[in-house]
Design a protein around this ligand. Structure first.
Ligand code: HEC
Length: 148
């Protein structure tokens, strides 16, 4: 189901007006709140500012190490040069360590599911997030977890 019941999170009404996303999906609301400012409304990214997230992450989702990278990136943030979707970036992704495990699973689930069409069994889990918190890498080391 696309519109899972909201897990006790308040849904901003503005999201309904914004349209295009399911207002009852907590991941969509978290994306709007925390990620859109850099990665843009449909995850299309912005040159030099933040990479495209839509239809750009399926390779990372395909294996354990890629999912570990995605969980780590949201927990720790990331710094340093990368090439994403054929474009160079050398900027900083902020840490979202203050979000709960459930919130990180929901927002990454939205990005992978809705913006990349990744099936549920290939999405980041609470165990991935817990492992990322345990590793507690500094942002400049997260890039090493990123596959080519
Ligand atoms: C302040 C701007 C900013 C915000 C807010 C932000 N990001 Fe990022 N994000 C970046 C930048 C910049 C990079 C690339 C970092 C680098 O150059 O090393 C990045 C990288 C990423 C990548 C890796 C892409 C790849 O090709 O490996 C993912 C996934 C991602 N962000 C998801 C998110 C999610 C999910 C959120 C919200 C919870 C978020 N970002 C919020 C700026 C941001």
């Amino acid at each position: 189901m696309r519109c899972a019941p909201a897990l006790g999170l308040a849904m901003p009404l503005a999201l309904v007006a914004a349209g295009g996303v399911c207002a009852e999906d907590p991941g969509a609301a978290l994306f709007e709140q925390h990620c859109v400012v850099c990665h843009q409304k449909q995850g299309e990214g912005a040159p030099g500012l933040a990479p495209r997230l839509a239809n750009n992450l399926t390779e990372h989702a395909k294996n354990e190490s890629g999912r570990a990278y995605l969980a780590q990136l949201v927990v720790s943030g990331m710094m340093g040069p990368i090439v994403s979707g054929g474009e160079p970036f050398n900027s900083a992704m902020p840490t979202f360590v203050a979000l709960s495990d459930e919130e990180i699973v929901a927002v990454v689930g939205y990005v992978l599911g809705e913006l990349n069409g990744v099936p549920a069994e290939q999405r980041v889990t609470q165990q991935d997030v817990a492992a990322a918190r345990q590793r507690a890498l500094p942002p400049h080391e997260v890039r090493r977890m990123r596959g080519k």
